[in-house]
Ligand binder design. Structure first.
Ligand SMILES: O=C(O)C(=O)Cc1ccccc1
Length: 313
């Protein structure tokens, strides 16, 4: 009898990226096949095409902020659903081919977020070097490992440098030693994972009319129901200069009464609301439920209104 086909997980690769490390922390990924993709877009398209069961991509960094490639693809591409998040502390090293000395390094290759997070170290220790931004940190390590490469060194994770058989020139070179990157596991639209009591909901909000108070009106829908935000950033709608939508992570689950009420309010006041998923928070932090905003308080209010409307029932 044919069994359930094993899950396969796409990730922003190649092997040795921070995304790959984040994937390996997921228990489900230990039994499934891990398939690398060279870009966030290629990984998400493979999920849409059903070539992989789910895909893991970076979405936010504690130092650099949002990952535009991911935020924009999830907003403007065909619908996908975030079902999990993973947090990974990131540390960076400088790796080169055997025999290269720090003083020899003229050209460095790395991912834009890695370049941004090691900027001070690089300008202090390699002030003359040209820094080029590549697809990924592990891709940069693979390129530097090629003896014919015009690049001398890569900024990447220690495991990437070791995997591609490079030598470390410097370790732990991040400007901020406590940097954390957040990744999301994305599937084709389907059932939303059940609430855990410590959940996050990701939305994209488009204002209806460009006028004073438009953002305030959006925030009021959330604040008045006791929904706290853990991320809000504006992204261009790509139509005209100065036109923005808001990418938002709210505390709570779509099944929570206060979040459901807030979503209905947003649906009424926004030109468009994209629901990208409700999923367990990786840090397990439970929301501070303000008085009058619990599921029980909303159920009690609904029952009270029903009695007012139908006193005889
Ligand atoms: O290039 C990588 O290794 C990635 O997974 C993207 C990334 C880059 C820098 C910090 C965190 C994630």
């Amino acid at each position: 009898m044919p069994g359930v086909p094993p899950a396969s997980f796409g990730y922003f690769g190649p092997e040795g990226t921070f995304t790959h490390q984040a994937l390996l922390t997921l228990p489900a990924a230990k039994t499934g096949e891990a398939i690398p993709f060279a870009t966030v877009g290629a990984c998400l398209d493979a999920v849409r095409a059903g070539e992989v069961t789910a895909g893991l991509v970076p979405i936010e960094n504690s130092v650099e902020g949002g990952v535009s490639a991911t935020l924009d693809n999830l907003t403007y591409g065909d619908p996908l659903l975030i079902t999990r998040e993973v947090l990974l502390p990131v540390q960076f090293c400088l790796f080169a081919r055997r025999g290269t000395r720090l003083a020899d390094v003229r050209r460095v290759l790395t991912h834009p977020h890695a370049a941004a997070q090691t900027r001070s170290w690089l300008s202090a220790h390699l002030p003359q070097a040209e820094i080029t931004e590549a697809g990924s940190t592990a891709g940069a390590a693979a390129e530097v490992a090629d003896p014919g490469s015009s690049y001398d060194a890569a900024v990447c994770a220690r495991i990437a440098g070791e995997l591609y058989r490079l030598d470390p020139l410097a370790v732990d070179i991040a400007d901020n030693a406590d940097a954390v990157t957040r990744f999301v596991l994305v599937s084709r639209p389907g059932p939303v994972p059940p609430p855990t009591g410590a959940d996050k909901t990701t939305l994209v909000l488009f204002i209806r009319v460009d006028q004073s108070g438009a953002l305030l009106e959006i925030l009021e829908q959330l604040a008045s129901r006791g929904v706290n935000l853990c991320r809000i950033e504006s992204r261009p709608t790509k139509t005209t200069l100065g036109s923005y939508c808001f990418s938002v992570d709210a505390e709570g689950h779509i099944d929570d009464a206060r979040l459901g009420e807030a979503l209905m309010g947003l649906h009424r006041v926004c030109a468009d609301v994209i629901f990208l998923g409700s999923y367990p928070r990786a840090d397990g932090l439970e929301p501070n439920i303000l008085p009058g905003t619990s599921n029980a308080a909303y159920a009690d209010a609904a029952a009270w209104l029903a009695r007012l409307r139908h006193p005889q029932a």
